[in-house]
Design a protein around this ligand. Structure first.
Ligand code: PMP
Length: 320
């Protein structure tokens, strides 16, 4: 797919041309994946003329938790990072749906040793237009790769290096003709997808694995669970999900910032329900779409761009 590249990225406090939003090849961030990051969505709204960032405060809190866990320092306040996101969207002329990544990275120390405790840290932020979500559903397999665990690489820390595990699972799944994968943990219970949380409708309850099973504390999943409980009266349960349960669930879906709700049609070619997106999943996906854009009851989840930065496009000359 040919994509139009955005004009700018944001690197260590300033807007820079897209091609200059780069780390040195020998930096710990680029060489070892010594980064933590957040994927954040901005959504347009038919009612509001501008776009809004979804659950921005929660994403920035998780970024700080990840950075603490990974021993990386963040030189910017939440307000500064939020302002930077808005500045970047404005500069690139995004008024519609976009996906941002805000990344704290370990740079290049004077000793050139990526283990150096004095390695300086920085932040880069980029934004790209988003492809439409897979509302039609996905076919998944259970990966032969196990999810990393807190003995070695805590999955709760959203670290760049953790995604090597996700990549292995995703590429194995696609090689074998599936859309994506589910990873089980070292106990053999379900953890999550390569970049998304897992939930299933089991005996009338919306069940999802706890973080102790190797799942990220997903912000999308939390939103969906709140919608399921308050809008549809569906009980929400966090518990381990045995692999064997996967083949008998009524409905299942993956959730994440990038794609929202992705219904699961089959697991290991065994249809979930009747092999189509389930009715509760569809209702939740639709309501989530409204909540991220303009549902009046969920305004507290949205930060309009106008609250963060004035709508003034930045010219190329001002970007450096
Ligand atoms: N697990 C992993 C490994 C992820 O990368 C993501 C995407 N951030 C998720 C789960 C879903 O989390 P969220 O809903 O907060 O995006």
């Amino acid at each position: 797919m040919n994509r139009t590249l955005p004009a700018y990225g944001w690197l260590d406090g300033t807007l820079v041309p897209w091609d200059e939003c780069v780390l040195h090849a020998r930096s710990a961030g680029a060489l070892w994946g010594a980064t933590v990051f957040e994927g954040i969505r901005s959504y347009s709204s038919a009612r509001q003329q501008d776009c809004a960032l979804f659950r921005l405060d929660d994403h920035l809190s998780r970024l700080h938790r990840s950075a603490r866990g990974a021993g990386l320092s963040v030189a910017y306040s939440d307000a500064e990072l939020a302002g930077a996101c808005a500045q970047l969207l404005r500069a690139n002329g995004f008024t519609g749906d976009a996906h941002l990544t805000a990344t704290v990275y370990a740079g290049l120390s004077d000793s050139l040793d990526p283990m150096d405790p004095g390695t300086p840290c920085g932040v880069h932020i980029t934004a790209i237009a988003t492809p439409p979500s897979r509302r039609d559903g996905v076919d998944v397999c259970v990966s032969s790769w196990r999810r990393i665990n807190s003995d070695s690489m805590p999955p709760l820390i959203k670290a760049g290096g953790n995604y090597q595990n996700s990549r292995l699972a995703q590429s194995e799944a696609q090689r074998n003709g599936y859309d994506t994968a589910l990873l089980v943990n070292n106990r053999g219970t379900v953890a999550e997808g390569p970049g998304s949380c897992f939930a299933a409708l089991i005996d009338g309850e919306l069940v999802s694995p706890p973080v102790t099973a190797g799942a990220l504390d997903g912000i999308t999943l939390d939103s969906i669970c709140q919608l399921a409980r308050t809008e549809f009266g569906v009980p929400v349960v966090r518990r381990e999900v045995d692999r064997g349960e996967l083949y008998g669930v009524q409905e299942a879906f993956l959730s994440g910032t990038m794609h929202g709700v992705m219904p699961i049609k089959s697991v290991d070619r065994v249809p979930v329900g009747d092999g189509k997106p389930g009715p509760l999943t569809e209702k939740l996906a639709t309501l989530y779409e409204q909540a991220v854009r303009d549902h009046p009851a969920y305004g507290h989840w949205r930060t309009p761009l106008a609250e963060l930065a004035p709508p003034v496009p930045v010219s190329a000359g001002e970007a450096r």
